[in-house]
Design a protein around this ligand. Structure first.
Ligand SMILES: C[S@@+](CC[C@H](N)C(=O)[O-])C[C@H]1O[C@@H](n2cnc3c(N)ncnc32)[C@H](O)[C@@H]1O
Length: 286
């Protein structure tokens, strides 16, 4: 396991990464997460793509809007829309680049514009980190962004208009910071009965989010028997806190968190009326 770092633990027992979430550019974010072997956006990609393909097949339409909850600097948009790997992003931001944000934005705009991505996919992101959202929009990674805390209050009119067209709501690494209030407010302001494809750490059960979805006529599924490595624990102290949290929840860490990694689970939800064959294998009703 990695040696202890200078990180503080937050109230959930995770190292406190808030310092890297809202810097003017993404370098500190990607460099820190690369050191921790962060990998959930890469692990999530095939399941997000499967959900996008299934939704397109059902609706008979190609253009789609993905809404990324806790989007940060647009990592899922870069992967899904621009066809960039997480390792490419770690490389892009791991090397010495231009000094100023302006020059970095210009470099990245050119980089992403040259990608042969999915022109029919729009990605709108939600995050409380204003710098991260504006960087992702300025660099052309995302098509739009909402800086808001939907845990606390509803979106403004302008923000609600950006939410309205969401076809698929995704999330990696953000559940725990966000929960049922955010998803209730998303459902309040979407017009296209979006599907949901969500990754959440095992220590942050999605039961309350699933209840909100079920209240609104959704069927909720979990990928049975499969978990996904999110990142390594940063320290023995963090591992001990997480093991204690899991013990409180009655979750056995053996073979997963006991190996030094956070593990996430995948939850998928769609309106009962969209009863298509499962977009991913081994989904079990929750
Ligand atoms: C671990 S990062 C994950 C970012 C990205 N999805 C990824 O996988 O790399 C968690 C993100 O959640 C954001 N966040 C924290 N509280 C939030 C809230 N109430 N609403 C939306 N985003 C929030 C943070 O600013 C941060 O960008």
């Amino acid at each position: 396991m990695a040696e202890p770092t200078a990180f503080e633990l937050d109230q959930t027992g995770k190292i406190d990464l808030t310092d890297i979430y809202d810097r003017p550019d993404p370098r500190h974010y990607y460099r820190t997460l690369a050191k921790l072997d962060y990998r959930i956006p890469a692990a999530a990609e095939p399941l997000f793509r499967a959900a996008i393909a299934a939704r397109r097949a059902l609706r008979g339409e190609r253009p789609m809007t993905v809404f990324d909850v806790g989007c940060s600097y647009g990592v899922n948009a870069a992967i899904l829309k621009q066809g960039v790997d997480l390792s490419d992003l770690f490389a892009l931001y791991g090397t010495v680049g231009p000094d100023s944000r302006r020059e970095l934005v210009a470099r990245d705009r050119a980089f992403f514009a040259a990608r042969d991505g999915d022109p029919d996919l729009s990605v709108i992101g939600l995050d409380t980190a204003e710098n991260a959202v504006s960087y992702a929009c300025d660099a052309g990674v995302m098509d739009g962004g909402i800086v808001a805390d939907l845990e606390l209050r509803p979106p403004s009119e302008r923000q609600a208009a950006l939410l309205a067209d969401a076809d698929l709501v995704i999330s990696t690494g953000a559940i725990g910071y966000v929960g049922a209030p955010t998803f209730r407010r998303i459902l309040d302001h979407t017009d296209a009965a979006p599907w949901f494809a969500l990754f959440a750490l095992r220590m942050f059960p999605v039961d309350a989010v699933a209840d909100v979805l079920k209240e609104r006529g959704y069927e909720v599924f979990r990928l049975a028997g499969k978990t996904f490595r999110q990142r390594r624990f940063a320290s023995r102290e963090e591992a001990a806190e997480v093991h204690a949290n899991l013990a409180d929840l009655g979750i056995d860490p053996v073979g997963r968190e006991s190996e030094g990694w956070y593990h996430a689970e995948f939850t998928f939800a769609r309106p009962a009326a969209d009863a298509v064959p499962d977009p991913v294998a081994r989904l079990a009703p929750v």
